[in-house]
Ligand binder design. Structure first.
Ligand SMILES: Cc1cc2nc3c(=O)[nH]c(=O)nc-3n(C[C@H](O)[C@H](O)[C@H](O)COP(=O)(O)OP(=O)(O)OC[C@H]3O[C@@H](n4cnc5c(N)ncnc54)[C@H](O)[C@@H]3O)c2cc1C
Length: 351
């Protein structure tokens, strides 16, 4: 187990932001992960679990405790069943399942980070979410002090949320198991209209797996959503805000604000989100509130390719990023009466 003291955390995050950790431990086996967690818990030391650092906003002061990098490896296919060690690189695992001719996660290609973090916020994109294919999650339960296997039905998955995110001090994910589909080389039905359009098919059609993956990667690259160290538009955490889910009443009030602000015929994006709820688009709200692509003059700005990504142009601090995020939240609230919520996990700071 590799151990460093007063170790900078910024290089471990896709924002390249955040101060040092008192102690930084890298674990390469489940046993090492569990040992490191138990040691921290026994001594009452705060613990920060890090995968690929692609959904983390760490404060400039850093982390007063043990930061644990989960770097375990393991990709095991048994028929259509897949087991990934938490430290596996997610996008590589997706590529391997596509090569193996299995469907279910091909539209989640290009999402940065580790396999172990995917259940935390029920990672999703382009019409797929991991909750549809995860069968169970093996985790170390810090309360029970033992390894537990949580079936998918007990993971409380919802939009960018799960039982693991709701209870961040409790579970450290060790392994994630998936049930994929053998559709004879074809993808799962393409659900997302933009992907279907790009593939020249109708929503609900299946396409060759590789075509689905490559199309998603191309769409993502055009929006700065595939990591590229040379491209500051990707020095981000992807979407910085979740899409708001409104009750019917909230949506009616919002609709009235939209018409007041943008004219009588204006229609905000609206997607069904379960009984009595509607999801709208955070990117649309931000754009219509006046924060367009490339917004900002400081070292933290909105991506030039996607309104929903806040980015570090190279010399930003976490405070610069948070100032920009707060400005966007206040602007959207003043214009539309909706308070945006950050998607990435904040460490030692709040919006
Ligand atoms: C360019 C870009 C594009 C993105 N696109 C998408 C997208 O399309 N869809 C989407 O859903 N997300 C997207 N994201 C966000 C991010 O990639 C995902 O949330 C990813 O799953 C985070 O994985 P990670 O390993 O980097 O987690 P980290 O950032 O390291 O950690 C995130 C959170 O998970 C916890 N965590 C990490 N590993 C474990 C573990 N083994 N056990 C317990 N807790 C753990 C951490 O403590 C932290 O709270 C994007 C990010 C970027 C930078």
């Amino acid at each position: 187990m590799l151990e460093l003291h007063d170790a900078p955390l910024a290089p471990l995050t896709t924002f390249r932001l955040g101060g040092p950790a008192d102690r930084l431990v890298t674990a390469t086996s489940d046993a090492e992960v569990i040992d490191a967690v138990r040691e921290a818990d026994d001594s009452g030391t705060p613990l920060l679990v890090i995968g690929g650092g692609s959904n983390l906003v760490i404060g400039d002061k850093g982390f007063a405790g043990t930061a644990l990098v989960v770097a375990t490896k393991g990709f095991a296919l048994d028929g259509t069943r897949l087991e990934l060690a938490a430290g596996e690189v997610w996008s590589d695992a997706v590529a391997r399942t596509v090569e193996a001719g299995l469907a279910g996660i091909e539209c989640l290609a290009g999402i940065p980070g580790s396999a172990g973090a995917t259940p935390i916020q029920n990672v999703g994109a382009y019409g797929q979410e991991v909750s549809s294919t995860i069968s169970e999650v093996v985790a170390y339960d810090r309360h029970a002090r033992e390894t537990v296997t949580v079936p998918s039905a007990e993971c409380a998955f919802s939009y960018r949320h799960s039982r693991f995110k709701a209870d961040p001090e409790r579970y450290v994910v060790l392994r994630v198991r998936f049930d994929l589909e053998d559709a004879e080389g074809l993808s799962a039905p393409i659900k997302y209209a933009e992907t279907a359009r790009a593939l020249g098919v109708e929503p609900g059609d299946r396409v060759p797996l590789a075509a689905a993956r490559e199309t998603v990667l191309k769409l993502r690259s055009g929006k700065g959503m595939v990591l590229d160290p040379e491209d500051h538009d990707t020095w981000s955490a992807g979407s910085f805000f979740t899409n708001p889910i409104l009750t019917d009443e909230e949506f009616a009030a919002f609709h009235a604000r939209v018409r007041e602000h943008l004219g009588d015929g204006a229609e905000p994006p609206a997607y069904p989100a379960g009984e009595g709820h509607t999801k709208t688009s955070a990117a649309w709200l931000i754009d219509k509130a006046g924060f367009t692509k490339g917004y900002g003059t400081g070292p933290a700005r909105i991506s030039t390719k996607h309104t929903l990504a806040l980015t570090n142009r190279g010399a930003a601090t976490t405070e610069d990023l948070l100032d920009l995020a707060r400005e966007v939240v206040a602007g959207v609230r003043d214009t539309f009466g909706i308070t945006l919520v950050n998607e990435p996990v904040t460490v030692g700071v709040t919006l």
